[in-house]
Design a protein. Sequence first.
Length: 438
Amino acid sequence: MRKLTLIAVTVLSVTACRENDSLTDSSKFEMQSASAEYLTASALPVTAVSGAVTTNTTWSGVVEIDGIVTVKDGATLTIQPGTFIKAKPNATNTPTGVLVIAKTGKINAAGTASQPIVFTSYKLLDGDEDTTATPGDFGGVIMLGDAPTNKPTTTVIEGLTGTDYQYGGTNAGHNAGILKYARIEFGGFDLFAPNSGNEINGLTLGGVGNGTLLDHIQVSYGKDDSFEFFGGTVNASNLVSFAPDDDNFDFDFGYSGTITCALALADYNSTHSQSGGVSDTNGIELDNDGTGSSASPFTHPTVKNLTIVGAASPLKGGLYENAIHVRRNGKLTLDNAAVTGYPVGVLLETVSSAPVNLADLSFTSVQAHGFTFAAASKIGAATAALTIPGVTTSTTNPANVWGMSQPFFNETAAWNVAPRNCGDFQGTWTKYNFSIVQ
């Protein structure tokens, strides 16, 4: 019933309402293409958009992004609840379906629990039940700002080129707007070639400040990371990362905000990134920068009420690497967390074979399971078990559920992370099943 209600509301706003004409000027993985809401939306008229948004503009109904759409020059892009945004198919290694909120732009995308804003694969909106959605079908959402980072302010966000896409500055209170009750599905783009190291994530945040509101956002089946924070001070709450190819949450370049209530959930059937033939997909990956320098400000997020769920057994656990990987001079404050089903629960990797400095960490009420190590250090090439204050450990097989009902997505019993469902993770605004609804 919810799905049909969502589309009924969308039909009422099928024509994009706007204040100017910029709206119109401007592998191993398969799944069935569409459930009822997508099939219904695929019959709606489509508004095509491209280029720059430089005056206040409103999107509603179904919107197709051709290439990169950049909101800048003081403009605000408003996206109405229940709007679907897809990419226009384009040539390989050509960015398309990329929405960028530049330093000088703003977004007002306030969906609701019953009418989320959905960025998704064009294959889910083609009306063809035989096509399959694939990671990379939608480019991704990028928000940029002038909050502090530990990189020069001329740094261009990963995955793009050009001065419009620079980020960073001195304005900790920078406000990029609102992104609330939104889903970003099948995102990702590689600028040069597969595994080039210059990718767009589901949601990329570069130098975004704490005047921005990020709340109730789900990123699913991304081609790279679900969420990546390149510096900045932005806070976020009620985040769901589901089945990314690479990392669920990635922090770099001096990020220092707070994440409150977050879930990272694995799907064995998603794609899984590798390095040298070994998995390198993590729940959290955290670096100060690529070389592990002492550049200031240090990357030091605060994460409260975090749940990371991998695989129930070691056999499937090998698809993943670490639930939490702190490396390259990164720091972390973690309060109330449960992680399970990865080969290593918490790994602290030092720079140049330095000893582990536990002063870089503040862990409180953390429950860490790992099939090989629950908590470990990596010094040079040597990995060894490590006792971390504030961390309760387990290496059981099957994986420790830490009091949750049945947290593993692929097991026969219905998955349920209760009582750790702090963000309405199974509410009507989320989506985990993309199979056809008969």
